[in-house]
Design a protein around this ligand. Sequence first.
Ligand code: GLA
Length: 725
Amino acid sequence: MITFNEEQKIFKLDTKTSSYVIEIFKENYLVNLYYGKKIPDINLKKLSERYRSASFSPCNPNDKNEEYSVDVLPMEYSCSGSGDFRIAALSIKNADGNTVTDIRYTGHRMYKGKPDISPLPSLYLNNDNEADTLEIYTIDRVTGAKATLYYTVFNETGAMAKSVRVENTGNRAFEIEKIYSSCVDLPSMDYDLITLYGRHVKERCREQRRLAHGIQGIQSLRGASSHNQNPFAALLSSDGNEDTGDAYGFNLIYSGNFEISAECDYQGSTRLITGINPADFSWHLEPGEAFQSPEAVLVYSDKGLGGMSRIFHRLYLNNLIRGKYKTEKRPLLINSWEAAYFDFDTEKLVSFAKEAKELGFDMLVMDDGWFGVRNDDTNSLGDWYVNEKKLPGGLGVLIDRVNALGLKFGIWYEPEMISPDSDLFRAHPDWCVHVKNRENSIARHQYVLDVSREDVRENIFNQMYSVLSKYKIDYVKWDFNRNISEAGSALLPPERQQEFFHRFIMGTYQLMDRLTKTFPDILLENCSGGGGRFDPGMLYYSPQIWTSDNTDPIERLSIQFGTSLCYPASTMGAHVSDSSRTGYETKGNVALWGTFGYELDPNKLTDSEKDLVKQQVKEYHKYYELIHCGDLYRLIDPYFDSYKCAWEFVSPDKSECLVTSVTIRRSLYTLYILKLKGLDHDKYYKNEADGEIYSGALLMSAGINLSDVKNLDGESVKIYFTEVK
Ligand code: GLA
């Protein structure tokens, strides 16, 4: 719901749980009066009466009595160089060479539905009644930069989407130096900033810090959202935790260079900006041209981080994940990577498939190593034709044999990469990302293809098309195994080289869009050396992403807990592998939190391990709906507890729940009482294992006694409750 009070010049944007209030302040500045728990009224004008302590905060030229300053006002979309010294959301370098920018309100429009910002990925609506949109129009008088601020509020969740479009309506070209998607000014700095840091095989671990004066935040400059920081951040009020307090979540629907920064100023207020990283970025706009920013998703919950996460999950399941596999059950797959690495041939893959069929799996995925002359990672990226030495008779023979066993077939690609040792590179050495007069850095023996170029995209798409259209392929794993250095494109003029990173990721999106439109039945799984591009931009094209190359179940706990702050279970690629000494039971219990699958040589399993795997396959089917569509409650987070870890899925109607507890290492204490969450107080639930019946109230307040249950290092237990009617 969005309203505009003409007299007070106040916009109020309500979701189910939050309100966001904007005022058109003196001289048509836009200020943010409030963002937080839903409120009924708008008597908030006094909140923009900000004390200006000294002459060091400049005033508007018409403010002869020097009463207010943009330096202290909670600016809705801050600009550089015109008196607000905090971080700017918009900075335009004009034809005179300075970056003074100053946008003012000129008009607005409100409507049901949501604007289309394609070709950028963004949240979509299933019907126009799901959301309302406000477009606020502003102008920078000197440059003619017309900035349109988009706000979409979702009526059934506590979520809103924001983005910005800048059009050059002047008569001279200018450069956009900064264009963040969202700017939020909160009148307090009493928050913790929570972000997801990591590295390869340790992605998205939770990090939490108290806000302090100055700028703090996260970024990527790698040309991908990266393993190291995720385009997600939360602010949690200092009295907040998993279940209580104000939690604000920010997530950018973007897979390239991003920044999320918070600045706390001398007033004790906090500005948080989310958007494309302005480092290594600028965008040249000729008169008449426009630039659209990616979309930022903002979520508010007064129920702490758990409440915030559940809003993100529901929103992404409903309004981000698309295509056939939004609703259709995903096939249970076995992947060849950790089972064979590059060392496979048709016979070996068919032997995997035979055993996989026995165990009850649905699909065999052939990972890296099937194309060109690739037997290790030193060559052939870009040569997407089958290696008949490994697969005699070609893909058709292999796929027919796998299909004949009753299994689907999936394949691996790394479309944006090129090996210097490849036919493609020998034919087109200029097609890789590079700059003049500098030698390219190498990583995993590969360069990056310049997919900002249409000719390059066309070649890669055609190569993929000739395989995917010819054979019965049900799944594609799309990998991206290095980051981008020496960033530049041979086709861009010098004044547009800083556009490269954005053009690159837009090229990737175009390729993915074309692929998913041409092959709508293919299940696409993203990957980037594990979870190096686990972001909502990628989720728009692929309903699942390989979470991490780390398949050790104990190490996966912190990765999956961190990832779950923003992303739902059904998006997290999770496999049982041969990776560690931890038993298969715990491996299965942890992988069940995600898409679930296997990544091992099934011929090497013992008979008792095979029985366990068959049991896990049954459980995968039994709990599929509950895990994929239920609400997640984090019970014991490895961020706080190094001994135990527990989580729970509750069905939307609260009629069943699955609790999983893992012993990371044996506890100091002998007593372990686990309190559940999210149940109906008044319902009664039966523990499937022993038939005991408890009220929801009891399970949540008194808890269940797990003191003597699977409490040795690496052991785990699942407890399943169903409502007794
Ligand atoms: C990346 C992926 C792995 C595997 C290899 C193949 O590291 O994360 O799962 O596909 O590439 O080279």
